[in-house]
Design a protein around this ligand. Structure first.
Ligand SMILES: CC(=O)N[C@@H](CC(=O)O)C(=O)N[C@@H](CCC(=O)O)C(=O)O
Length: 456
């Protein structure tokens, strides 16, 4: 039975008025088989696998099962991509949550579909926030490990019909496939692999899939922080680059909001009677376009703007929004000050200009615990004859790994997902199929080894 719960700051009172409603697991969608894409990679991995490893027998089992799991993972990925789940599409998010919950339930987890009431409201936070899926697998050991990914995408409802899931050569394409549906599929099939190995040496293996990462996790940030604080290790399944790099740092995200008030007037008969807010906005955006400092990881890019009501009316209002990234929250203070200084210089003295800055998510910074776990991952990849980077400097993406790191003493490792490209690109998002087998091998072993005390 799946449980529907409400997540707030405190554990939900299951006996009181918040008593969860329960419903039956939704029927699992039928998986249509996809043509096999197991490429010569399998042969080359076979050679690489000949490398001597300390625990050769279990490792060989993991390798063999990872290869068998590639096609089921692709089937899951296809089904997830075929459900539109933009951050504001609550119906779509409920649908994909039910799909994910059903599959985790089949794998033996205690599964809850959570609803949040603890919302950290940002300037653009929608009224309703999508659900999260939580699954807990109980083992016989003591290690506490959480696997996180997100099910929301940046895409708008209706885009799927022109861009369905498709495979072309060694790439699987689809909206949100890299960011972050691959993360969900990789988690599900890592759990499936552990189950096939009958591996239960962990204490608890928790899975959390939230529906609001692309809007800075207003509804699930506190849950992520709270759950992560109880763990020894947090693995976050955002995608990886072509080399499978694990990331120990991610960028903080901020937003600047610029508002210009001018004066409307007849655009044909009396334009000189108005104060054109669009002209002033353009001036401000242009003079604020070079505030990035790439050498210190600080970025500011203007991305959204609006102005005017009618073609023949001088616009009285114009607004713009910028996306900001930083390696340290303090860098945002410096940026905000620079913005406040800039607005003093106006093109149209009769206009009024305001700028507001909002910190939306903190950065993730590397520490010794995460270095140790990622270093072990590197050694596991070497067993496959593959080299892997561990990145300690963020490149611009911000993720929920940062919220997970806020209160935990455990390791937090980002980028556990498949190699991919084209996130947020509208038409070019894909994952690399040949990363599935090595990634499943890695993720499975990275759960097994700490559970068996093999990671110090
Ligand atoms: C592919 C990708 O960059 N995904 C993540 C970031 C990452 O993995 O490094 C992503 O796009 N995150 C969003 C978060 C949006 C937000 O917090 O508002 C981002 O824009 O960086």
């Amino acid at each position: 039975m799946l449980r529907l719960l409400t997540a707030a700051k405190q554990p939900v009172n299951r006996r009181g008025t918040d008593r969860p409603r329960t419903h039956r697991s939704p029927p699992m969608p039928q998986s249509r088989p996809i043509r096999s894409f197991v490429r010569p990679l399998v042969a080359s991995l076979g050679l690489a696998f000949a490398a001597t490893v300390a625990n050769a027998a279990p490792a060989a089992d993991v390798r063999a099962l990872a290869q068998q799991e590639q096609q089921p993972l692709l089937d899951t990925l296809r089904d997830l991509v075929q459900i539109e789940s933009g951050s504001k599409d609550i119906d779509g998010l409920n649908q994909i949550a039910a799909r994910i919950a059903g599959q985790l339930k089949q794998l033996g987890g205690a599964v809850d579909i959570l609803q949040t009431t603890d919302i950290y409201r940002l300037d653009d936070t929608p009224e309703k926030i999508g659900p999260a899926v939580q699954a807990v697998f109980k083992g016989t050991g003591s290690a506490k490990i959480i696997l996180i990914a997100h099910m929301d995408t940046v895409y708008l409802k209706g885009m799927l019909k022109d861009q369905p899931f498709r495979i072309d050569g060694d790439k699987a394409y689809g909206l949100g496939i890299a960011d972050d549906k691959q993360g969900i599929a990789t988690i599900i099939h890592t759990v499936a692999l552990l189950q096939k190995l009958n591996f239960k040496d962990y204490g608890t293996l928790t899975v959390l899939i939230n529906g609001d990462e692309e809007i800075s996790s207003p509804g699930w940030r506190s849950t992520i922080t709270r759950l992560a604080a109880e763990q020894d290790t947090v693995f976050s399944f955002e995608g990886s680059d072509a080399n499978g790099t694990l990331r120990l740092a991610t960028s903080g995200i901020g937003s600047a909001y610029l508002t210009v008030h001018g004066k409307s007037s007849h655009a044909g008969a009396r334009p000189e009677g108005g104060v054109n807010a669009l002209y002033e906005l353009s001036h401000q955006v242009l003079q604020m376009k070079d505030l990035s400092k790439p050498e210190q990881g600080l970025k500011l890019n203007w991305t959204v703007s609006k102005s005017g009501t009618n073609r023949n009316v001088i616009p009285a209002e114009a607004t713009a929004q910028a996306d900001a990234r930083a390696l340290k929250v303090a860098d945002f203070d410096e940026l905000e000050k620079a913005l406040q200084d800039k607005i003093k210089n106006r093109l149209l003295p009769d206009s009024k200009v305001d700028v507001k800055f909002e910190v939306r998510r903190p950065p993730l910074e590397a520490n010794d615990a995460s270095r140790s776990v990622a270093g072990h991952g590197k050694a596991i990849y070497q067993e496959l004859g593959l080299s892997m980077n561990v990145a300690e400097r963020a490149t611009g993406g911000g993720t929920d790994a940062a919220f997970a790191a806020l209160k935990t003493k455990g390791a937090v490792v980002e980028g556990m997902g498949l190699s991919g490209f084209g996130a947020h690109s509208n038409d070019a998002e894909y994952v690399q199929i040949n990363s599935i087998v090595p990634r499943l091998y890695l993720t499975t072993r990275m759960i097994m080894d700490p559970s068996d005390g093999k990671v110090k």
